[in-house]
Design a protein around this ligand. Structure first.
Ligand SMILES: [Zn+2]
Length: 223
């Protein structure tokens, strides 16, 4: 999955408003950020095989440290303890929300990947293959983002409403990014894919920080 993960970020922000939205944007993609770094270091391995899925040519044949179920649970546990230590006193609830956001990546990837997600190490690979239906998975990602935004906007209606313009700009950027990922030209090499992933996640995280700065400016004006 690509931008659909951010639906979880928005929903999580609705659950606990004290967690910065940019952190939740990073949390849901933490597994992919690590993946891109490990691919650039040559530790995890990918090939580009046109047609391997209808949506993209990613043959993710060795991804045990980031995208196995055991790895995802471990990164999630690490995120839990890091959140507890990060800004004392972080509530246990906030740490659980961040950890769940990190783990959600694997659960949503399970829907779209071909069977290339190992349960542990490099063994017992699973994936439901929605990427073989690009239009359907494109729509599923957009719906996930929209649903998350709706949960967020409803939960924060009273204390810090996110504002239509901000949500439209960020939502629009996510939909455009998603359209390029699904229907634009795919990067020509594995290294280029990893760099594209890191660059687009950086832009989306910055967009989340911008959205949040607008919200706090609006909230302090209202006070
Ligand atoms: Zn992933």
């Amino acid at each position: 999955m690509f931008v659909g993960h951010y639906g979880v970020s928005f929903a999580a922000k609705g659950v606990d408003a004290r967690i910065p939205l940019w952190l939740l944007f990073l949390a849901v993609q933490a597994v992919d950020v690590l993946w891109a770094v490990l691919v650039l270091l040559g530790i995890e391995k990918v090939k580009l095989i046109p047609g391997i899925t209808a949506a993209n040519p990613l043959d993710l044949y060795y991804i045990p440290y980031t995208h196995s179920l055991v790895a995802a649970l471990s990164w999630s546990a690490l995120a839990f303890f890091a959140s507890l230590r990060w800004r004392r006193p972080t509530s246990v609830k906030a740490a659980v929300v961040v950890a769940a956001a990190v783990f959600s990546h694997w659960a949503l990837d399970l829907l779209v990947h071909r069977p290339d997600l190992p349960l542990y190490d490099d063994a017992h690979k699973v994936g439901l293959g929605l990427w073989n239906y690009p239009r359907l998975s494109f729509v599923a990602e957009v719906v996930a983002v929209a649903a998350g935004m709706l949960i967020y906007a409803r939960a924060r209606r009273r204390d810090a409403p996110p504002g239509r313009l901000g949500l439209t700009v960020v939502g629009g950027a996510l939909v455009i990014g998603n359209a390029i990922f699904y229907f634009g030209p795919f990067p020509p090499s594995v290294g280029a894919v990893a760099v594209m992933v890191l660059a687009s996640y950086a832009v989306f995280t910055a967009a989340a920080a911008w959205l949040e700065s607008r919200i706090s400016a609006g909230a302090s004006r209202g006070r």
